[in-house]
Design a binder for this molecule. Structure first.
Ligand code: FES
Length: 150
């Protein structure tokens, strides 16, 4: 991780007020998570208490304090998907990737999360990968879908 890159991002906000969330979003955009090193550096350079930055970073779901994989898989476990086998899809994804919801594979390829509705219930069971939706899933087309990501 580049401390120089963190400093370059902080440089854009040095003389501004009320910019913490935008600054953290920029860090998140660059690294795909908020490393502790970045929080420390922001705290030192902008004289904002570390605990305050940490609290903000913990509060907003758009910000992650853990590394996120290159691909984010969200499995819907909402009612409509549940009755059509959403939890079986979740089990299959967990087994295939060797991780549970909320975790990231050790190679940094996939992060897995669950969601309560993706807004396309008629297509259930549904998963979303990097913003793209895949519906009417079963174990065969799930396998094929996941194999398209590397
Ligand atoms: S419940 Fe799964 S998309 Fe709505």
């Amino acid at each position: 991780m580049s401390g120089d890159l963190i400093d370059q991002i902080i440089d854009k906000y040095v003389n501004e007020k009320g910019i913490l969330i935008q600054l953290l979003l920029d860090i998140q955009h660059e690294f795909h998570w908020i490393p502790k090193e970045a929080i420390k550096r922001i705290s030192e350079r902008l004289k904002i208490p570390y605990s305050q930055i940490f609290r903000v970073a913990s509060f907003y779901t758009a910000l992650s304090l853990k590394p996120i994989g290159r691909h984010l898989i969200r499995v819907c476990v909402g009612t409509a998907c549940y009755v059509r086998g959403g939890t079986r899809i979740l089990d299959s994804v967990e087994k295939k990737l060797g991780i549970k919801s909320g975790e990231t594979t050790s190679d940094g390829k996939f992060s897995l999360a669950t969601v309560n509705c993706l807004g396309c219930c008629a297509l259930g069971p549904v998963i979303e990968i990097d913003g793209q939706y895949f519906g009417k899933l079963n174990s065969a087309n799930l396998e094929k879908t996941l194999s398209n990501y590397n």
